[in-house]
Design a binder for this molecule. Structure first.
Ligand code: UDP
Length: 474
């Protein structure tokens, strides 16, 4: 078969980023590209142990490659953890990539382009030093609305709207993000914006990406068109190709895609869902990174039990911060309420859960993958954002797309109960109708002739062109 290109893929090493990147890699593999996919050694080991990345999913054109040991593998729920990871990727990952590309040069399968995630500065530095200036594509695995907010942060500093002062709930307007002037508030910004170092890191990487050959976003035009038109004034080529998981499912003509989970999925919840009434269950998950306090856990738990609704809750083993009061007993009314109406797992096959007819709502931390998976499945949301892009995503869910309720920075049992009742009972029809309509638009986007379908084809054509141009330089 003709060689059409060898793509170096460098995801940010966290569950959600890996998930989207592996899906993109799968679609590129099916389009006949060679791919080398770089991950830290701990993630390499977990993917080999828990998934089929190395056993049958991909063709032999795909290679999973581990970075040398030493990349930070601790928690990512704090500034310190995130900065340490970025630092180790710069000091260990970057030199390794340079060396790897150079060694690969004479292999007969030279790299012809680079797909990078969050840390585009690494990709640009590496590319700069390659004698053929490997073209870089930036697959930013967050929403367009959060991406554009990050891009706009310097304007907010200049206008004195940042840094955020204090720790309280602040509903003052933010006026300097174009396209969001009428509804964005301080509390809809990433909490990182209280910290200048983090804000600078985010907007620097985002703005550096104006140099890349193409910006790839896991979204679709009918969802984020107005914000995308602002992004397009700064980035020459924007490829919206989402929802990727739905596109991959359609391409594979299967009900579910392959799991990329770094935790073992508990499939037993599917049988439990099978025994529930249609649209009766609220699914609860706060993603892979969020950490909550014991008190917050209790407020959510009471809210869920007191709502009287059926619930399926993902309680990761590391979800709750601190182990001090781990031993304190769970009150009997919660135990009884959970036995009657709930089901708790350590990690769920989330895409399949959201696609299950019994699920009528999703209490989510508003991570972009979760949001998009919910939108594609036509499931309305209650949003309790933790950090990063999630605060902005949840504002769009509640205020712009109107496919859910934005609980935001509130967390007490009566609010949890009230919002569940509102979503699952009082305004159920209205939310379901809007969410199902949005789900239809998502499906249209990834179907033949749809915007994401066509944009993916354009991306492939561009990568083939890049391959020809890059190889002429070799
Ligand atoms: N996920 C899963 N099982 C779970 C919880 C989450 O498979 O029990 C997946 C979910 O489908 C999503 C990803 O983990 O693709 C979480 O990504 P998201 O962007 O929502 O949040 P993050 O983990 O980055 O905070």
């Amino acid at each position: 078969m003709e060689f059409i290109g060898h793509i170096l893929i460098f995801p940010f090493p966290a569950q959600s980023h890996l998930n989207s990147m592996l899906k993109l890699a799968h679609l590129l593999d099916l389009s006949n590209f060679h791919i080398t996919f770089f991950v830290p050694s701990n993630i390499h080991a977990r993917l080999l142990a828990l998934t089929d990345v190395d056993s049958g999913r991909f063709t032999t054109r795909f290679r999973l490659q581990s970075f040398p040991p030493g990349i930070y593998d601790g928690a990512l729920d704090s500034k310190e953890g995130l900065l340490e990871l970025c630092h180790s990727l710069h000091t260990i990952g970057k030199p390794f990539l340079k060396q790897y590309i150079a060694q690969n040069h004479d292999s007969g399968l030279p790299f012809t382009c680079f797909i990078s995630d969050l840390l585009v500065s690494i990709a640009l530095d590496v590319s700069e030093e390659c004698f053929n200036h490997l073209p870089v594509y930036y697959f930013r695995t967050i929403s367009a609305c959060a991406f554009w907010t990050y891009f706009s942060l310097p304007d907010l500093f200049e206008a004195g709207e940042l840094p955020i002062k204090g720790n309280g709930i602040d509903s003052s307007p933010i006026t300097k993000v174009k396209g969001m002037e009428d509804f964005l508030r301080v509390r809809d910004l990433p909490p990182f914006c209280r910290d200048e170092d983090m804000a600078v890191l985010l907007y620097t990487e985002t703005r550096l990406a104006v140099q890349v050959r193409g910006l790839i976003l896991n979204t679709f035009e009918d969802l984020e068109g107005p914000i995308l038109s602002h992004i397009r004034t700064k980035y020459p080529k924007v490829y919206t190709i989402g929802p990727l998981h739905a596109r991959l499912k359609a391409t594979l003509a299967s009900k579910s895609t392959h799991s990329n989970s770094l935790w073992e999925e508990d499939e037993t919840c599917m049988a439990w869902l099978d025994s529930q009434e249609p649209r009766s269950v609220i699914y609860v998950s706060f993603g892979s990174i969020s950490v909550i306090t014991r008190q917050q856990l209790m407020e959510f738990w009471y809210g869920l039990v007191n709502s009287g609704k059926k619930f399926l809750w993902v309680m990761r083993s590391d979800l709750v911060a601190g182990k001090d009061d781990e031993e304190s007993p769970i009150p009997s009314e919660l135990k009884e309420g959970t036995k009657a109406n709930g089901y708790i797992v350590g990690w769920a096959p989330q895409e399949a859960v959201l696609d299950h007819l019994a699920v009528g709502g999703f209490l989510t931390h508003s991570g972009w993958n979760s949001t998009l998976e919910s939108i594609a499945a036509g499931v309305p949301m209650i949003c309790w954002p933790f950090f990063a892009d999630q605060q902005t995503n949840s504002r769009f869910v509640g205020e712009v797309w109107k496919v859910g309720l934005d609980m935001k920075d509130v967390c007490d049992r009566s609010s949890v109960e009230e919002l569940i009742r509102e979503l699952m009972e009082k305004r159920k029809g209205e939310f379901l109708e809007r969410a199902e309509n949005m789900g239809k638009l998502a499906k249209e986007a990834i179907s033949e002739g749809g915007s994401s379908y066509c944009n993916f084809d354009c991306l492939i054509q561009d990568m083939i062109k890049v391959n020809e141009a890059t190889r002429e330089l070799l």
